[in-house]
Write a protein that binds this ligand. Structure first.
Ligand code: ATP
Length: 509
């Protein structure tokens, strides 16, 4: 393969942001037609920056890009896609009330030949969809599609515009295991048809399963490019984080086991248009991690938001150490000792226009106020502590949080909540988007909180994470708790069956 000229050749790519950030440092990156390359690296290593340069979102400070034999840099993504380079981000860019075909025609200035009207577009969609096993109905409305299907529409959108190179940014983060398998089948077909694919992912087993080569970045540099078949997961981890990992969980007898949080017949507000779900009754003790397993979108978010007070409970009661908090505001619940890490860190989790320091004191400014004035040096100490304890990669605490890499923003939000030593920690998708080294750290911190007596309610779509950290596991399906199982009784098969809608009573223990 190396004898043939690559489809893409990025040479000596450097990208600086201001004086303090060197995000890409003289990077060489090649990609051939018909190959899948996994781009691997710790949070903040510079993967998104490199891909954003390729896709025309950023201009490189230095370096050249050759695509299909022609030297070029793209002014914007529209130009990149015109030349055959497409990128699928984690947030899909589809317009919900419209159909697949309408979405594909929308916003395109240069339509593929023979796809100028809706009927022709429909025909083409069916053809492409059949060729690549995408199973997309051109007349389906986006709002009726599951996450995995929406992602296939995004792929279709790129193929519709004759993309030769597809960049996928953590494409499996929001997929179920079945959807991931289906995606990989599609990627295999794309590869056999001569497409080139870059997949940015933190999941090592996926790297091994799908890629031909792995490019490893570290601190802005490309440190290695290896053939997947000639490497191992352990070697890739070492290349990436520079050490072996220890994922063992050090569970000790917790300091206390009293009841922390009780939900009695809590009726969560139904989403607009959705039918009401049965009320939830749940007890969470100090010194335990109660994991909520379930496929994304099965009511975990709504339940946790109700406990934190972002949503009102329609009926029922929530008590914290015996005190009824059902009517309290979010700020009051926070003051009462509830910490909250939402799944969407850029939205609810952090105020991205604020500095890291201001984010660290967010919602707790009273703790940093002396004689009626905000004590900045106390705030700085707290911010520096979160940065060092959680390994947030940043020049300093004044840095705008919105400019942190995805994984580092996640570490910041989690670090802020954990450092306040909450009595109850509500946490959704604790390690989504985190590199393996950061997962090791976050798991350690969650267990430490538990060992110190905090009550942790953790929703995760990753079964491995649920099984590693939880003392008990609740499974949610379509807004309902299907059962609660102690960890030693939980198996992947049992949890899988419950996640697909079977009640605990229906599946033998
Ligand atoms: N617009 C920007 N302004 C300033 N610094 C930035 C900007 N965008 C990215 N950075 C910095 O560049 C570095 C590389 O970030 P990048 O997003 O490329 O990392 P990444 O490898 O994709 O990380 P992750 O796995 O967490 O998504 C980080 O230190 C980040 O804070």
């Amino acid at each position: 393969m190396t004898d043939i000229a690559p489809l893409l050749r990025m040479q000596k790519i450097t990208k600086r942001f201001g004086a303090s950030v060197l995000a890409n440092d003289c990077i060489d990156f090649d990609l051939h037609a018909g190959e899948v390359v996994a781009l691997l690296g710790e949070n903040g290593a510079g993967k998104s920056t490199l891909m954003n340069i390729l896709y025309g979102l950023y201009e490189p400070t230095e370096g050249t890009i050759e695509f299909d034999g022609i030297e070029t840099t793209f002014r914007d993504p529209a130009q990149a896609i015109e030349h055959g380079i497409g990128m699928i981000h984690q947030e899909f860019m589809l317009v919900e009330p419209f159909t697949v075909a309408e979405n594909l025609l929308m916003g395109t200035t240069t339509l593929p030949e023979g796809a100028g009207n809706l009927n022709a577009a429909r025909r083409l969609i069916r053809e492409i969809s059949a060729d690549y096993g995408l199973q997309v109905d051109p007349d389906a409305r986006i709002e009726d599609l599951a996450v995995g299907q929406r992602q296939r529409v995004e792929i279709l959108k790129l193929l519709f515009r004759h993309a030769k190179l597809l960049i996928l940014d953590e494409p499996t983060a929001v997929l179920t295991p079945q959807e991931t398998d289906a995606l990989f089948e599609v990627l295999n077909r794309l590869r056999s048809n001569g497409h080139a694919i870059v997949i940015v992912t933190h999941k090592m087993h996926e790297v091994m399963a799908i890629s031909d080569r792995v490019a490893v970045m570290r601190s802005g540099q490309m440190v290695a490019t290896v053939k997947t078949s000639e490497s191992t997961e352990a070697e890739l981890v070492r290349l990436m984080v520079g050490r072996d990992l220890d994922m063992s969980v050090d569970r000790t007898e917790p300091k206390q086991r009293k009841r922390a949080l009780e939900l009695v017949q809590v009726q969560v507000e139904a989403r607009e248009g959705a039918k009401a779900t049965p009320p939830a009754t749940l007890t969470l003790r100090h010194g335990e991690v109660l994991g909520i397993a379930g496929v994304d979108g099965n009511g975990q978010t709504e339940l946790i938001e109700t406990i934190f007070g972002l949503k009102d409970a329609v009926s029922g009661s929530i008590t914290l150490e015996g005190r009824d908090i059902t009517a309290l505001s979010t700020a009051e619940r926070r003051a009462a000792g509830i910490g909250y890490v939402p799944p969407d860190r850029r939205g609810v989790g952090a105020l991205v226009t604020l500095s890291i320091e201001d984010n660290v004191i967010l919602g707790a400014s009273k703790d940093f106020t002396q004689f009626g004035l905000l004590n900045r040096s106390l705030a700085r100490v707290a911010a520096d502590d979160v940065i060092s304890r959680f390994g947030v990669k940043t020049p300093d605490a004044d840095f705008a949080s919105g400019n942190l890499s995805g994984g580092n923003l996640q570490k910041l939000v989690l670090g802020r909540e954990v450092s306040r030593d909450p009595k109850v920690l509500l946490i959704e998708q604790p390690t989504r988007g985190l590199d393996v080294g950061a997962i090791e750290l976050v798991w350690g911190e969650i267990i430490e909180q538990r060992n110190q007596g905090a009550a942790v309610l953790m929703a995760s779509t990753e079964l491995e994470e649920i099984l590693a950290l939880s003392d008990r596991i609740a499974v949610m399906f379509e807004g309902e708790i299907m059962g609660v199982i102690p960890r030693d009784k939980a198996t992947t098969a049992l949890l899988g069956a419950m996640m697909a809608g079977r009640r605990l009573e229906e599946v033998a223990l």
